[in-house]
Design a protein around this ligand. Structure first.
Ligand SMILES: *[C@@H]1O[C@H](CO)[C@@H](O)[C@H](O)[C@H]1NC(C)=O
Ligand SMILES: *[C@@H]1O[C@H](CO)[C@@H](O)[C@H](O)[C@H]1NC(C)=O
Ligand SMILES: *[C@@H]1O[C@H](CO)[C@@H](O)[C@H](O)[C@H]1NC(C)=O
Ligand SMILES: *[C@@H]1O[C@H](CO)[C@@H](O)[C@H](O)[C@H]1NC(C)=O
Ligand SMILES: *[C@@H]1O[C@H](CO)[C@@H](O)[C@H](O)[C@H]1NC(C)=O
Ligand SMILES: CC(=O)N[C@H]1CO[C@H](CO)[C@@H](O)[C@@H]1O
Length: 538
């Protein structure tokens, strides 16, 4: 799509006019950049500089979006190298020289100079990661330029009583869409808050988030993005600061379906060190092919009304249900066979079950110790276990809890905001509680494929807010979210989700692309639009 490019004529003198073009970073997609890099209109160095300028303008200053925790000190040098390679006719592939922002829980190679901390000072104390995550290496091999680390709800929202998008290191991420930011209703959702806000604010063309339950889908939905939460195991978690080995997955947050599919294609693949990826060789592919000529014709789409279309239960405004109902009608008009309603037998259990929390509390304790020992130098900061993190947070309560605590008129020197970590400390993977919780979750999760089979459905469709992400979280299956509308009160975006069987990314991407092809362009944040971050080139 060329919506992001417009020609402006800069009159230099009365006799000579030169034509310059302007790339609007609020709308520029990976595909746009790919074209501009390929025909020599822009260089990667120019792109990295332009994104750094955009971050400089509105991350800590300007609108204070706080979507980025740190930028990559080596990104410009890498961009230079990639520009040189391109000139010499060497290409690392279709995404050679494209910038990307990644969540601050994905480790990058030490030579890239970026910390990886999940927003936490204790993890920072161990210094730079000592090796790259599996997907970090894949991105670099593909020629992507990781320009920075995105803010997040600390520990991917498994710290305790903190707000969406808040971390001790990164402070409060705020939606770019809502005037007045977080306190005016601009909750960016989480935990991949900085990834979502960053892409919507033109800090990067595309970002990676991670999801245990909702952390890609919810912030994508609040930033009018196309987001994919992949099947657990499609993308490796090695070198990603974990919550749960059972549920964690890493995926793209983008301005178009094609961009999301492209970045998913880069990071999907078998990693011998992550057993969850063992079946992935059968599925990982170039997912952009499913965006071509995508249509809803011939697809059977179910509408799980109970719980998921209920604004009271989901805790979201009624206008989202109205918009989702209109979307269902539109899907029928576009050729889908709609089955409405469908009943997911055990869905109601997710409203009361505490099983998922038990699983996550148990697995984060094991996973953090493994991450710290394999990917950080524990002798540098002495942080080797969850216990070390809790002790460190308490000792440095002023920085670990302050901003959040002050907002709530709590005493920041008292234990206030790491209840989940503290509860996790008491768990054991050998406990009966853990084993039976895992079993119960497997049973609840199985109701998703059972329902798809019973009604002979390809996918189900539902609003992205509310309890949408929990069944796919425990069933470990994918979700794709697309922009649906904007709240009348604040302008905050909201989305529509498609859910399917494990490894059904092909069908979900087809649905996302068909939706996109039949929808108006996504809106950019109005407060940024009058003076958008841009790159002028000849
Ligand atoms: C990583 O953290 C260290 C310690 O706080 C800091 O000095 C350094 O600037 C950080 N790196 C980046 C790229 O921000
Ligand atoms: C964090 O953000 C708040 C506003 O939300 C600001 O008042 C405070 O100074 C910030 N703290 C730091 C350490 O940047
Ligand atoms: C939504 O759920 C509430 C609470 O369970 C219930 O009272 C209400 O009837 C439901 N609304 C619809 C439209 O089903
Ligand atoms: C776990 O799930 C089972 C089956 O849904 C339920 O009976 C049980 O109460 C749940 N346990 C907890 C602790 O929520
Ligand atoms: C870890 O840090 C210690 C102390 O700074 C240093 O001696 C050692 O070489 C480091 N190990 C690795 C694997 O980087
Ligand atoms: C790149 C950037 O602006 N990083 C900032 C993120 O937020 C923390 C806390 O406010 C700042 O210290 C960083 O400079």
């Amino acid at each position: 799509m060329l919506a992001s490019l417009w020609k402006v004529c800069l009159l230099l003198s009365l006799t000579t006019a030169t034509f310059a073009s302007k790339l609007d970073l609020l709308t520029a997609t990976v595909k746009d950049l790919q074209g501009l890099l390929a025909d020599g209109s822009v260089t990667s160095v120019e792109l990295v500089k332009a994104y750094f300028d955009a971050i400089e303008k509105n991350n800590r200053k300007g609108f204070e979006l706080r979507a980025v925790i740190e930028t990559a000190p080596t990104a410009l040098k890498l961009a230079e190298e990639l520009d040189k390679e391109r000139k010499e006719g060497k290409s690392r592939g279709p995404y050679h020289g494209i910038p990307i922002l990644i969540k601050d829980n994905i480790a990058t190679a030490p030579e890239l100079g970026m910390n990886n901390t999940a927003g936490n000072f204790a993890v920072l104390a161990n210094g730079l990661p000592i090796k790259s995550s599996f997907i970090g290496t894949k991105m670099t091999k593909a020629g992507l330029i990781i320009i920075g680390k995105a803010n997040l709800s600390e520990f991917a929202n498994f710290k305790g009583d903190i707000t969406n998008g808040w971390s001790a290191r990164g402070n409060q991420t705020q939606s770019a869409y809502v005037k007045g930011g977080f306190l005016a209703g601009g909750d960016p959702c989480g935990s991949s808050a900085g990834s979502g806000v960053g892409v919507s604010a033109g800090f990067a063309p595309v970002a990676l988030g991670s999801e245990t339950d909702g952390s890609i889908i919810c912030p994508s939905n609040r930033a009018a993005l196309y987001g994919i939460k992949p099947t657990v195991g499609l993308t490796s978690r090695s070198g990603v600061i974990p919550i749960s080995a059972t549920q964690d997955t890493v995926g793209p947050m983008a301005k178009s379906t094609w961009d999301a599919a492209a970045i998913l294609s880069v990071i999907a693949g078998v990693d011998p060190e992550d057993p969850a990826t063992s079946e992935t060789g059968k599925y990982a592919t170039d997912y952009t092919k499913y965006t071509h000529d995508a249509s809803f014709k011939g697809l059977r789409i179910g509408v799980p009304r109970a719980i998921f279309y209920n604004a009271t239960i989901g805790g979201f405004p009624e206008e989202i249900v109205t918009a989702a109902n209109a979307a269902v009608k539109k899907l029928a008009e576009l050729g889908a066979t709609i089955v409405d309603p469908v009943t997911i037998p055990r869905a109601v259990d997710i409203l009361t079950s505490n099983n998922e929390t038990i699983v996550l509390e148990t697995e984060i304790k094991v996973g953090l110790a493994e991450y710290l020992s394999k990917y950080t130098n524990t002798t540098v900061g002495g942080i080797a276990t969850l216990g070390d993190i809790i002790t460190y947070d308490d000792r440095y309560a002023l920085s670990e809890f302050r901003v959040y605590a002050e907002r709530n008129n709590e005493n920041p020197t008292e234990e206030c905001c790491q209840q989940l970590l503290v509860a996790s400390y008491a768990t054991s993977p050998d406990s009966e509680a853990y084993k039976s919780a895992l079993k119960a979750d497997t049973l609840i999760g199985a109701s998703l494929p059972e329902t798809l089979d019973k009604y002979n459905l390809d996918v189900m469709v539902l609003p992205s807010e509310g309890y949408t992400t929990t069944l796919p979280a425990v069933y470990r299956s994918p979700i794709g979210t697309v922009p649906l509308g904007y709240l009348k009160s604040t302008g905050q975006p909201y989305g529509l989700s498609f859910i399917g069987r494990r490894y059904s990314e092909d069908v979900l991407i087809r649905c996302m692309a068909a939706w996109e092809a039949n929808s108006p362009p996504r809106k950019v944040p109005p407060q940024l639009a009058s003076n958008p971050p841009a790159l002028v080139y000849n």
